[in-house]
Ligand binder design. Structure first.
Ligand code: SF4
Length: 494
């Protein structure tokens, strides 16, 4: 080599690093720039930092230290950064602080570029699915909502017992001095009650074990109750948290064959895709997919500027509440419901006991049971879902099941058979059933696993992303965004 080559000469014309550079150069990063205050020491340009991070996620280098090393060793990183060398602290600070609240806007611009380039279309269907990704937290650091309730219950019971014991030997001192009740307790109330017991028992002969219990209670119970209050506040309506990442929830990692069935602190990552491009992403703390749909659709609307016209998803999302939400927002739903496949079987269709196979008489508002007996309306009930949605159920009862030859097969209860009908859901199911069995529905059903599930496969298996690097909901959302951006650019390169 007579003359040293430039880095640019060493990089292929259509290398992914050039695409990252081009895409990020194309988008407006004003919201990100506004997050930098003027003054201070010279820093690296946010556009440069963004390029480096996205390229890191695109090449399976998720740790800031690995990216720092790559910036010194890898010509693609060197070319991208223009031989600037931000250290791992700078990279990490940029990722966890600067990108907060602005990465979705960057992601949205990249998706709109994809629309402009004709890679995706807002007129075509979006495919929705979710996966659980392990949080950056120790798996043995769980706190269960149920245990907090049990421990609180134990303290109440033991405090009541201590009071009863104290009363038995110092009745006069404690008379008219009892706490209002032992059901509503907090640290202060426990402290005061123990003080009263102490005072009443001073100078009296006290059982050694009770004395030990009182000492233990004075030292630990108020402290524990404060801790339980704090943990319950963090938990909200979840049933568990992890001590090392308070936003992570314990979830069963059933999708991952390596972790089959294990409970681990994790987040539920939801994505919508089209032709394997990610159109939108959200991160949730709940393990069930059903209740994540409205929040995900709203985020998708923000990213795309409108909701997709058609949504395809599996039975995990098929609920009355979601069907109504999609109908109200004029999204054509191709979303399965539980038993959709079993319902298609000959055995199910020919089973006269199934609610779906009972004949309904609209004029008389009654169903006919397999023996032809009218089942008339006996009452209504409502059920509220986790999202606060009210489901109305109508109940119908057979007149007389005594001596019926089908008794035992039809139903096993002692009373006459009662069926529970949700007419609103039944209407949706009929529409969805017809849609899913249409030619378009069948195409969507076979495309769904190839489209959205494959994306999770690519990210988790091919690119080995199985655990978030950062802790806390906001930071995990940033990582989900970086993964989605990197995936879309990788797909563009392909
Ligand atoms: S058991 Fe009752 S509901 Fe069932 S077929 Fe007989 S009469 Fe009808």
């Amino acid at each position: 080599m007579l003359l040293p080559p430039s880095l640019d000469e060493l990089i292929d014309d259509n290398h992914s690093v050039r695409v990252v550079n081009q895409v990020i150069d194309h988008i407006d990063i004003d919201p990100l720039i506004k997050k930098f205050k003027g003054g201070g020491t010279s820093s690296y340009h946010p556009r440069l930092m963004l390029k480096v991070l996205i390229y890191g996620y695109l090449t399976n280098q998720y740790s800031s230290r690995k990216i720092e090393d790559a910036l010194h060793q890898n010509i693609h990183f060197m070319w991208l950064s223009g031989m600037s060398y931000p250290d791992h602290n700078t990279i990490n600070r940029f990722r966890s602080e600067r990108l907060k609240g602005v990465l979705k806007q960057v992601f949205s611009q990249v998706v709109l570029l994809l629309v402009e380039a004709g890679h995706v279309s807002l007129k075509e269907a979006a495919y929705l699915d979710g996966t659980k990704i392990e949080a950056n937290a120790n798996r043995y650091t769980f706190v269960w909502g149920r245990s907090i309730k049990t421990n609180r219950g134990k303290i109440k019971r033991q405090l009541k017992e201590l009071w009863a014991y104290a009363e038995s030997i110092a009745k006069e001192e404690l008379e008219n001095n009892a706490p209002d009740d032992f059901e509503q307790i907090d640290a202060e109330k426990v402290r005061q009650t123990i003080d009263k017991i102490d005072k009443a028992l001073s100078g009296k002969e006290v059982d050694k074990k009770k004395k030990q219990k009182l000492n233990y209670a004075r030292k630990n119970w108020p402290k524990n109750l404060d801790k339980y209050d704090e943990q319950e506040k963090q938990m909200g309506d979840r049933n568990s948290i992890s001590k090392t990442d308070l936003d992570a929830t314990f979830m069963r990692m059933k999708e991952d064959h390596m972790l089959n069935g294990q409970l681990k602190p994790a987040y539920n990552w939801q994505i919508s895709t089209q032709d394997q491009f990610i159109l939108g992403y959200t991160v949730h703390q709940t393990t069930t997919d059903t209740i994540t749909l409205p929040a995900h659709m709203e985020s998708l609307e923000q990213t795309l500027g409108q909701m997709p016209e058609t949504l395809v998803a599996d039975a995990g999302y098929g609920s009355e509440e979601n069907y109504e939400y999609l109908e109200d927002n004029e999204v054509e739903a191709f979303v399965k419901y539980n038993y959709f496949h079993i319902e298609q079987s000959k055995k199910w269709k020919e089973d006269p006991r199934r609610l779906e196979n009972l004949h309904y008489n609209e004029q008389l508002d009654c169903f006919y049971c397999p023996m032809g007996q009218a089942m008339s309306f006996v009452g209504e009930s409502t059920q509220t879902t986790k999202n606060g949605y009210k489901q109305l159920k109508r109940h119908y009862q057979a007149q007389n099941c005594n001596g019926c030859p089908m008794r035992g097969v039809c139903h096993k209860g002692e009373m006459n058979r009662i069926i529970e009908v949700n007419p609103h859901l039944m209407r949706y199911k009929a529409i969805i059933r017809e849609r899913l069995n249409s030619k378009r529905g069948k195409e969507y059903r076979s495309q769904r696993p190839v489209d959205v599930e494959a994306v999770f496969g690519i990210i988790k298996s091919n690119h080995n992303f199985r655990r978030f690097m950062l802790r806390g909901m906001e930071k995990v959302e940033i990582e989900a965004g970086l993964l989605s951006l990197a995936h879309n650019i990788r797909k563009m390169v392909n």
